[in-house]
Design a protein around this ligand. Structure first.
Ligand code: GLN
Length: 383
């Protein structure tokens, strides 16, 4: 029998982080910061453990966290949610994606997805039996073309799987682009599942707009996010799904068989942070913007011509002129040659051999400035 995961390679993030550990290279690959989140957040988790919050939580999440998530959505975006029916806590955004797709998508359903896409989308769409309908964000500016979006929709399309701010391109969808998605969704009665895990990590005065705030969208949008990126605790794995009760219920239906519930002391700590450390993510974004500029200027200085991202932790470059077969070969050789790890973006595309994507490489800048500088020095001497 053919496994449901046939053809899905091990996640590139594990592969490349293991390579970084093995070779001692600077890891500009997997997106995780090299500094911890706020002390108050970490202390709150320690306190929760000391206070005995160490057994199973309710599958849907502890009430104070669901209430804090609802307040967060209200404060930042004016979204009103019933914390008992319209919020479900998940084990990171990755589980939120998995549970949403497993809970909602039927075999044969077509799902429009922005390409390049995060690798777990492909794995879980395949497990769910979905048919992917990719819409490419194209270099050099990686914008969404409303015509391509419309062309991707057929009578069998039921969902759009959106991601903004977008990994790996760094695109933050504009209000016009979001409106184009919303128009298509309303016209074809589609449900939008939107991964907004980088919601607070936007630059140059931009604001992230949740697509659920557009007219006609609240009732058809399931919004996913997490604390890992916003508060620099990627190892805590506390995420959430918010939206109409029937969509959130589908997430919980699947989640109960995946993780059952998410880490109890971390939930208490995150509830504290969302209410009391609300300004922290904006400070992180400001410091990331400086590091983005440092990395992009450095990459430009060595002829790699990066795309200056509008959000996220990542920038893409094309390494086609350096003579490697593709981005994967370049990234596999990089630790040995330069002592640096990066992520080939080929695996995030339907056709990894297409000329426009074959040599795309992703670099992360969620690292200390001296680490970025060291990485750039190493690269400069080696490529
Ligand atoms: N989202 C992170 C990235 O893109 C990785 C998370 C993971 O490896 N599961 O680098």
């Amino acid at each position: 029998p053919v496994s449901r995961l046939t053809g899905i390679p091990p996640t590139i993030f594990s592969t490349m982080s293991a390579l970084a550990v093995r070779t001692g290279a600077i890891n500009l690959g997997q997106g995780f910061p090299d500094t911890d989140g706020p002390e108050g957040l970490i202390a709150a988790a320690q306190q929760a453990m000391a206070d005995g919050a160490n057994q199973y939580a309710p599958g849907i999440g502890i009430p104070p966290l669901r209430a804090a998530i609802a307040r967060h959505q209200q404060r930042h975006y004016g979204i009103e949610l019933d914390p008992d029916r319209e919020v479900c806590v998940t084990t990171g955004c990755t589980e939120a994606v998995a549970a949403a797709l497993l809970g909602l998508v039927e075999p044969g359903d077509e799902v429009v997805v922005l390409e390049p896409y995060y690798d777990s989308y492909v794995a879980m769409l395949q497990v769910a039996g979905a048919v992917r309908r990719p819409v490419r964000l194209r270099a050099p500016d990686f914008r969404l073309d409303p015509e391509e979006l419309r062309a991707a929709v057929t009578p069998r399309t039921r969902f759009v799987l959106l991601n903004t701010p977008h990994n790996p391109t760094g695109t933050v969808l504009t209000d016009d682009e979001l409106t184009a998605v919303a128009d298509v969704a309303v016209e074809h009665d589609l449900t939008v599942i939107t991964d907004e895990v980088y919601e607070h990590l936007v630059f140059d005065g931009r604001r992230h707009t949740p697509i659920s705030t557009l007219p006609g969208m609240a009732e058809r949008t399931l919004t996913l996010s997490s604390v890992g990126k916003s508060y620099s605790v990627t190892g805590w794995k506390i995420g959430w799904a918010t939206g109409p009760a029937h969509l959130v219920a589908a997430v919980l239906d699947a989640k109960q068989w995946l993780s059952f519930c998410s880490g109890t002391p971390f939930q208490h700590a995150v509830a504290h942070a969302l209410d009391h450390l609300d300004g922290w993510p904006a400070e992180l974004a400001a410091s990331l913007q400086t590091r983005r500029d440092l990395l992009c200027a450095g990459l430009e200085g060595i002829g790699l011509d990066p795309r200056v991202p509008e959000g996220t932790y990542f920038t893409l470059t094309d390494v086609g002129h350096l003579g490697w077969r593709d981005g994967l070969e370049f990234c596999e050789a990089l630790p040995e040659r330069a002592g640096v790890v990066a992520i080939p973006a080929q695996g995030f595309h339907e056709n990894s051999e297409a000329p426009a994507v074959r040599h795309l490489v992703r670099w992360a800048f969620c690292k200390e400035p001296d680490v970025i500088e060291d990485g750039l020095r190493r690269l400069g001497g080696a490529i």
